[in-house]
Design a protein around this ligand. Structure first.
Ligand code: AGP
Length: 609
């Protein structure tokens, strides 16, 4: 989960690289560095800490040169430090490398280089091995040296390499980590993600696994892992840099919370005909395909996993197909009952989460059909799926996922309705009724977001708490998990979610005077029972914030604060009930003085296992 960028052209490379790295900090930001070619040699400058540290060094001692590579890091091997930062070079600094990913067999290679070739390593990283290995194989062709070196690597990598002996050439190659190529006029770029190069070009190539790109000023050439030329269509990026920037908001997270009405509306409208019928172009499954499916398995991580839990409830209710949901890091190690009758659904905002990608590959290997809900066009998970339902949330930069989540829920609503249509488990009239309700959601989301000030006041009262509980029943318990994750990952408060009915089996012992309890009670069929759970914790001193539908009764006599959501079907409330908890987490994080968009220990895209 690092960011890499490379440039060759007629501009000063340092400026281009710093611009690119500033757009990639969401991928990791504990250190950064650049390597610039000029006057027959490579100069490397790298620093621990945020990109600003490096920018300060470069301002103080600028580097001239029109070719270079850069890196922003999220540490996996070796603590954040100058030495462990990228780029890494071989001993003579003839080869410089930046790397995103993890080399699983780096110790073997490192030992071989040290013992057989007396190589002296200067860092604790796996990535440094790559620089020495390429130098070992280098004769007079950088591409060949990179191909020989990467043939020995096991694990995930997106690598950019330059050689002091080849001043007009950058080589980049990927396996299991993302890499795109930016195509310019007498200049070309490589980067981990599109925002890094959007200031300079909108024309990109997505590299597939195993592909290598040979980057020159006058053009780029791509070959596959067998060195066969690859013809690739240029993808023209149609969203602008502004949409990947804060646009006046104090934080990306608040901007992205506010973008949810638009994202949910886009994700819905792109899949309805003018007559209001379903038109899921990304879902090519036919009636026969679906008839062969006897189970659905949804696999994801973190927030995407919570979306999967809601997806389960929707698919089972609408389409009457049994669904299991699993976290990707556990899925592969279970005794799996996955075969050609399984529909495997991956959910991933970034499309680069390695745990999810690995689970998807295992399911494919077993014959399952793979459908993905993803927010990044051309991402690895999307490209390896049979079908993709893209969420149209736009770039999500804040580490804490918000608009991706609500658009994933909308995608699951539409997918479940389409399955019901294909299986005949819902009448067309019923489907149209649900679609009619879905169309109201963007405005209802907007209505909930007007509660910002009320939620901010709540955060101001409770931000000092050291424990917060989230309760709910049915889908409310799934959304409680998401509310708890939001709070803990950006406020660092120890919070957790539990099915409300489970409290009496032990956890209620944690309740003491003033304990903050957020209780969701939007599911009508279990509303009375959830009220009872509120009374249980209230009687033991809890401060209860209830999140209910606008017509809920009795709750005012029990809870200390009641947040009322616009009226909708119980099957649709998750898209609304998550919103107050997103806002609570956001304002609590600010009250505690945290870096809302880049919380400690985390990165936006977890591309390591
Ligand atoms: C969400 O707020 C977290 N940042 C994290 O749990 C995230 O949802 C998870 O890493 C999955 O990421 P993905 O959706 O990009 O696969």
């Amino acid at each position: 989960m690092c960011g890499i960028v490379g440039y060759i052209g007629n501009k000063q490379a340092t400026e281009v690289l710093l611009e690119g790295l500033s757009r990639l900090e969401y991928r990791g930001y504990d250190s950064a560095g650049v390597a610039i070619f000029s006057d027959q040699h490579i100069t490397v400058k790298k620093r621990a800490g945020r990109l600003a540290n490096l920018a300060g060094v470069l301002e103080h001692s600028p580097m001239e040169g029109q070719m270079g590579i850069g890196h922003t890091r999220w540490a996996t091997h070796g603590a954040p430090s100058d030495q462990n930062s990228h780029p890494h070079t071989n001993e003579t600094e003839a080869i410089a490398v930046v790397h995103n990913g993890i080399i699983e067999n780096y110790m073997d290679i490192k030992q071989w280089l040290q013992e057989t070739h007396k190589i002296v390593f200067r860092s604790e990283t796996d990535s440094e091995v790559i620089a020495h290995l390429i130098a070992h194989y280098y004769e007079n062709d950088l591409k060949v040296a990179v191909q020989k070196a990467t043939a020995r690597l096991q694990g995930a990598y997106a690598i950019a390499v330059m050689s002091k002996d080849e001043p007009d050439r950058l080589i980049a190659v990927r396996k299991d980590s993302p890499l795109i190529v930016g195509k310019g006029e007498n200049e070309n770029f490589i980067a981990s993600d599109i925002p890094a190069i959007l200031k300079y070009t909108r024309d990109v190539y997505f590299l597939e696994n195993g592909e290598l790109v040979d980057l020159k000023r006058e053009g780029v050439s791509i070959v596959d892992e067998f060195d066969r030329p690859v013809e690739r269509e240029v993808f023209h990026v149609n969203w602008d840099l502004a949409s990947a920037e804060k646009e006046g908001y104090p934080h990306f997270m608040l901007k992205e919370i506010e973008e949810q009405p638009a994202g949910v509306r886009e994700t819905l409208n792109q899949r309805l005909t003018a007559e209001g019928n379903l038109n899921l172009e990304g879902l090519t499954m036919t009636e026969d395909d679906l008839a062969k499916v006897n189970q659905v398995v949804i696999v994801a991580c973190g927030t995407a996993y919570h979306a999967g839990l809601i997806g389960k409830a929707l698919i089972e209710r609408y389409a009457k197909i049994p669904v299991t949901v699993d976290v990707a890091s556990e899925f592969r190690y279970r005794d799996l009952f996955v075969d050609e009758h399984t529909l495997f659904i991956a959910v991933s905002q970034s499309g680069e989460t390695l745990d999810t990608l690995a689970a998807l590959r295992e399911a494919k290997r077993r014959g399952a059909r793979v459908l993905t809900i993803c927010n990044v066009v051309g991402s690895s998970v999307a490209r390896e799926s049979d079908d993709v339902m893209y969420t149209w949330a736009g770039p999500e930069i804040a580490v804490a996922s918000t608009k991706a989540f609500t658009t994933q829920l909308m995608a699951f609503q539409l997918m479940a309705l389409r399955f019901a249509e294909l299986r005949g488990s819902m009448a067309q009239e019923e489907i149209r009724t649900v679609i009619h309700e879905l169309k109201k959601l963007p405005d209802q989301i907007q209505q909930v977001l007007t509660m910002k000030d009320e939620i901010s006041n709540l955060a101001n009262q409770h931000f000092h708490k050291d424990k917060v509980l989230f309760l709910g029943r049915g889908m409310d318990s799934d959304i409680a998990l998401e509310g708890s994750l939001k709070l803990k990952e950006i406020s660092y408060i120890n919070s957790f979610a539990i099915a409300a009915g489970e409290m009496k089996h032990g956890t209620i012992a944690l309740i003491e005077e003033g304990t903050l309890v957020i209780c969701l009670a939007t599911q009508k069929h279990v509303y009375e029972k959830t009220l009872s759970n509120m009374k249980e914790v209230k009687a033991r001193g809890a401060y209860v914030v209830a999140i209910v539908q606008e017509d809920a009764e009795q709750v005012d006599d029990i809870a200390d604060v009641v947040i009322r959501l616009p009226k909708t079907s119980s099957m649709l409330t998750p898209i609304l009930s998550v919103l107050p908890m997103q806002l609570l987490a956001y304002y609590t994080s600010i009250e505690r003085g945290n870096d809302v968009d880049k919380p400690r220990n985390l990165a936006k895209s977890v591309t390591v296992e």
